[in-house]
Design a protein around this ligand. Structure first.
Ligand SMILES: Cc1ncc(COP(=O)(O)O)c(C=O)c1O
Length: 345
């Protein structure tokens, strides 16, 4: 940070350029384009592909609102497919039947750090349907050993402070193997500019700050160790949790980075949350309802057809405390309260 302050260069300078290269290389992609946020990364990925009104984009109803917000911003219609009851990820079998002649892209979300099998998804849709990975929650996750971010046509990351790789404020990045798309993204994040007084296409202001890039460069070498620690804590939770709560299933072919530790409660989710709160243990519900039940969606499109699995999961899911600095004793304490609540102490 001192290096940046001394340089007097605060946006899109050498730190951003270096971090773009380092992060893209880390993920096995060719180009990284730093932007303002993960939401902007998704918006710009869709924009770069020319997706807009009249198009459809398939995604999951069980994700953070920005996935939906970005698709809406493009003008395209979001098409939701239901999720799997154990991984909580988009049900790939349903993607094939959701494809229509208007489908331009699929946005798989690597939810809570658990990655979607993008290769399997690729086999289900036509080659001209783009796959844009929403990797905001999954820095370092892998499918058959290949890191997310390099699996789809484009990928969007967030560096919001709570993410597995987080800065000291907002930030995001788009990864792509395509030289042409990377070039377009670089122009469009800066007013469509190619040189000081030359603007060749529409653009916005979505720059990554030098200070954020410097922080993220310092943290990137620790990402793998932090993710390993998350996997260790996951193993402790799995050992100590009672059968009344089930952790997110991670398929053997993938490596999760456990961004959020969400478990499915057999019953009495809200009672359990209250019991944990009384023991000064904070929990959270990600996500309380499938996206099409949000008012923003209903205002735009009216009622959505039921998504029974997502609905069921929203009613039973609970996120337990989880962060790499957490001690195994603290995990044990959380599990003790949960076992006590279910009378399995
Ligand atoms: C799945 C998902 N997509 C996109 C985003 C958007 O990222 P940001 O908050 O950096 O805009 C987030 C983070 O909030 C997210 O969790």
């Amino acid at each position: 940070m001192s290096r940046v302050l001394r340089s007097g260069r605060y946006t899109l300078g050498p730190e951003v350029a270096a971090f773009e290269q380092e992060f893209a290389a880390h993920c096995g992609s060719r180009h990284g384009v730093g932007v303002n946020s993960g939401t902007d990364a998704l918006i710009m990925a869709l924009w770069t592909l020319g997706i807009g009104a009249g198009d459809e984009v398939i995604t999951t109803p069980f994700t953070a609102i920005p996935t939906y917000a970005a698709i809406r911003h493009s003008g395209a219609r979001p098409v939701f497919v239901d999720i799997e009851p154990d991984t909580f990820l988009m049900d790939l079998q349903q993607v094939a039947s959701a494809v229509s002649p208007r489908t331009r892209a699929v946005v798989p979300v690597h939810l809570f750090g658990n990655p979607v099998d993008v290769e399997a998804l690729r086999g289900l849709v036509a080659p001209d349907v783009a796959i844009i990975e929403d990797a905001a929650q999954a820095h370092g996750a892998a499918v058959r050993g290949r890191l997310v971010g390099g699996l789809g046509d484009l990928a969007a990351f967030s560096f919001y402070p709570t993410k597995n790789l987080g800065g000291y404020g907002d930030g995001g990045m788009i990864l792509t193997h395509s030289d042409a798309w990377a070039e377009r993204l670089r122009r469009r994040r800066m007013y469509g500019m190619v040189s000081k007084d030359e603007f060749v296409e529409d653009g916005i202001n979505s720059r990554l700050d030098e200070l954020q890039a410097a922080v993220l460069r310092a943290k990137l070498p620790h990402l793998e160790a932090m993710n390993r620690r998350r996997r260790r804590l996951d193993a402790v939770y799995r050992q100590l949790l009672p059968p009344a709560v089930t952790p997110q299933v991670v398929r053997p072919s993938v490596t999760s980075v456990h961004h959020v530790y969400s478990v499915l409660c057999r019953e009495r989710r809200d009672g359990l949350a209250a019991a944990l709160e009384r023991a000064s243990i904070q929990t959270n519900v990600y996500y309380p309802m499938p996206l099409p039940r949000q008012r923003a969606y209903r205002v735009a499109f009216g009622e959505h057809a039921p998504l029974p699995v997502a609905e069921e999961v929203c009613g039973r899911i609970l996120a337990l405390p989880f962060y790499p600095e957490m001690s195994e004793d603290t995990v044990a304490r959380v599990c003790e309260v949960i076992r006590g609540f279910f009378g399995e102490g």
